[in-house]
Design a protein around this ligand. Structure first.
Ligand code: SAM
Length: 224
């Protein structure tokens, strides 16, 4: 096993180096991912075809600000696949505020993920109304947005202005088809990046192929 940094790991499994996080809840699987124990520590393989953050790492993500004790606001937790790995990474002293507006999905998220992980605070709210979250205290280090909405960049900016600390990171997943099907993915991404420019320094843009078709991840930092 190679330790790349203290946040995620590369584990040799079935002849290949695979991404993994150290399991915060030993024995607990979230999406039938493989659990592997090495030298007494349990790891969960992190599938880039199931998690866009893992896909971004596979495709050359340069800065990885998620670490032990990080505070994260995550919009669009869905059933919690990616959030569960971030929960492993930020550890017991970190915190994730997980926003989801679909109640059935949120129920699944509670049952399968949040109820096992004390570092996740589920927030059943519309991400368009960040002032109504109430459960959030203080500023966060990272805002992660994966909500596949046409106005998602505006939603991301509003949430960052409310909760992200100065110089904090925004991870914005852009699903080009949910923004405008008539425009080319390139054009959509450029237009979304332009919306960020007044308030953010755009650090990197990553195409998520072959893990996710028509998706890009933009990483930006809130200007000081
Ligand atoms: N991030 C998840 C992962 O990697 O495991 C997948 C997220 S899925 C693509 C998008 C989620 O965003 C859906 O569960 C959807 O209900 C949620 N969503 C969409 N619009 C939202 C909004 N305005 N407020 C809160 N959640 C929203």
């Amino acid at each position: 096993m190679e330790e790349d940094n203290e946040s995620f790991f590369w584990i040799k499994f079935e002849g290949q180096k695979q991404l993994a996080t150290e399991n915060l809840v030993v024995g607990n699987q979230v999406y039938k991912e493989k659990l592997i124990t090495k030298k007494g520590t349990e790891y969960r393989l992190w599938d880039p075809f199931r998690s866009k953050l893992a896909g971004a790492i596979m495709n050359g993500l340069k800065e990885f600000p998620f670490k032990n004790k990080s505070k994260v606001l995550y919009l669009g937790v869905s059933t919690g696949t990616t959030v569960s790995h971030i929960s492993d990474i930020v550890g017991p002293s970190g915190m994730i505020f997980g926003v989801e507006h679909a109640s059935r999905v949120a129920r699944d998220f509670l049952d399968r993920v949040a109820s096992y992980r004390k570092n996740i605070i589920p927030i059943l709210q519309d991400a368009r109304k960040p002032k109504e979250y109430f459960a959030i205290y203080g500023k966060v280090d990272i805002v992660y947005v994966d909500i596949a909405q046409p106005d998602q960049t505006k939603i991301a900016i509003d949430n960052c202005k409310t909760y992200l600390k100065s110089q904090g990171y925004l991870f914005l997943v852009i699903k080009t088809r949910s923004i405008d099907v008539t425009k080319s993915p390139r054009q959509v991404i450029e237009e979304e990046i332009k919306k960020l420019k007044p308030d953010f320094d755009v650090m990197q843009e990553i195409n998520l192929m072959p893990y996710d078709k028509d998706h890009a991840m933009v990483i930006a930092r809130l200007s000081a």
